[in-house]
Design a binder for this molecule. Structure first.
Ligand SMILES: N#Cc1c[nH]c2ncccc12
Length: 392
């Protein structure tokens, strides 16, 4: 019906990125009416921006059953939100809005897995060329980043105004204004270690070092979303522990995983170093590729033996969480020795702005532009030059 027109209308607006500082200041003044007025516009804008990109996907992917399911979820949620476009602001409307947000959050809970299934359906039914793989990588990074940002807005509103009091906790919604980085590291380590012990009957120790270059000797605290930081660390610990245990298979002692936290003027870095044998450069790129990370799901029967890592989108999603507030996740590996994974976070909350995909001519053109022709020689086939050299 009128959905396509509404999508065109709302996708003309650019999403409005909020900084962590704005989330905090807004949460402390906690005005539900202001939040409602902002969200009933901003949520449809963010939904419409990414929904328009879904329609630009390669035809084959767009036709996959699971992608159709995700598209319909977004249409349903978009309709439910624009229903509040011209509502009179009163307690009943505010309450109904909160309920609608919770319903939407639940509806979209499994979207990552459903999209992964869509990629598997595509791989099983079509040949995927480099151009298509490039489009899928570009789209899924933007699609999952958009989803992180929409869930952040929904979580803030429902936590602040959903009626559940947060006692004397200082958290502002899902943000901890004074997040103790080391305790999140220890939490993630203990939980990853539990899985490692279950699977390998042993696990590497943790060594933590910290260096506060700004306030020497002080604890390193950050205004951040603990659940995002935990998600990244848990993924990295699982991968590091798995690498160490596989590399030192028959040994009974293992090199520890070392984590160094540094507070600089601009950045807070968390470096996780393992001596798990490292990753060859040729394979490094695949770790962040959705097409390569989608392996056929382990059958339910051997689900209890699901490996620590390998299946799913753990690394690409962890990098999106780090980038969401203008940080990053970088892997530096030396094959034959080990891997360093560095999480970069913004030290200042006013610099920790949301990073949001924008649907515009640039993103549209990306989907329609063929891969650039190589401008550096790469093939090592028996070209004339090689033959001349061989004639040497
Ligand atoms: N993330 C991550 C990793 C951290 N160490 C690793 N070793 C082999 C493969 C992946 C990893």
């Amino acid at each position: 019906g009128h959905i396509p027109k509404m999508l065109d209308f709302y996708s003309q607006f650019n999403p409005s990125p909020l900084s962590i500082k704005q989330f905090i200041d807004f949460g402390l003044s906690a005005c539900e009416r202001k939040s409602f007025t902002f969200l009933r516009k901003e949520l449809p804008v963010r939904l419409a921006n990414i929904m328009q990109e879904i329609h630009l996907l390669p035809e084959h992917l767009l036709r996959m059953p699971s992608v159709g399911i995700v598209n319909n979820l977004y249409i349903t949620s978009f309709e439910e939100i624009i229903h509040f476009e011209k509502s009179e602001i009163n307690d009943t409307t505010l309450d109904k809005f909160c309920q609608a947000l919770i319903k939407i959050r639940n509806r979209h809970a499994d979207v990552v897995e459903v999209m992964a299934k869509g990629i598997i359906e595509l791989k099983e039914s079509h040949d995927v060329d480099a151009h298509m793989e490039n489009n899928i990588q570009y789209f899924l990074d933007r699609f999952f980043m958009s989803r992180v940002s929409i869930r952040m807005l929904i979580n803030q509103h429902t936590l602040l105004f959903g009626g559940v009091l947060n006692g004397h906790s200082r958290h502002v919604g899902c943000i901890d204004p004074s997040c103790d980085v080391i305790s999140v590291i220890k939490d993630a380590y203990e939980n990853a270690r539990f899985l490692c012990d279950q699977y390998y009957l042993a696990s590497p120790e943790l060594v933590v070092k910290s260096h506060n270059d700004l306030e020497c000797g002080n604890e390193i605290r950050i205004v951040y979303v603990p659940s995002h930081l935990y998600h990244i660390l848990f993924e990295l610990f699982k991968n590091s522990m798995r690498a160490v245990m596989e590399y030192y298979g028959d040994s009974d002692t293992y090199p520890p995983v070392e984590v160094t936290i540094v507070r600089g003027k601009e950045d807070i870095c968390v470096k996780m170093s393992d001596r798990g044998g490292g990753i060859p450069r040729s394979y490094m790129d695949q770790l962040f590729k959705y097409m390569y990370s989608t392996a056929p799901q382990p059958s339910k029967s051997d689900a209890h033996t699901v490996p620590l890592a390998g299946y799913g989108y753990g690394l690409p999603l962890s990098r999106l969480y780090a980038r969401y507030l203008h940080g990053d996740l970088v892997l530096l590996s030396c094959e034959g020795y080990g891997t360093d994974a560095v999480i970069y976070l913004k030290a200042l909350s006013n610099e920790a702005n949301e990073l949001l995909p924008i649907f515009n001519k640039t993103s549209t053109k990306f989907y329609r532009t063929p891969l650039a022709t190589a401008d550096w020689s790469s093939s090592c086939g028996g070209g004339m030059a090689t033959r001349q050299l061989n004639m040497g």
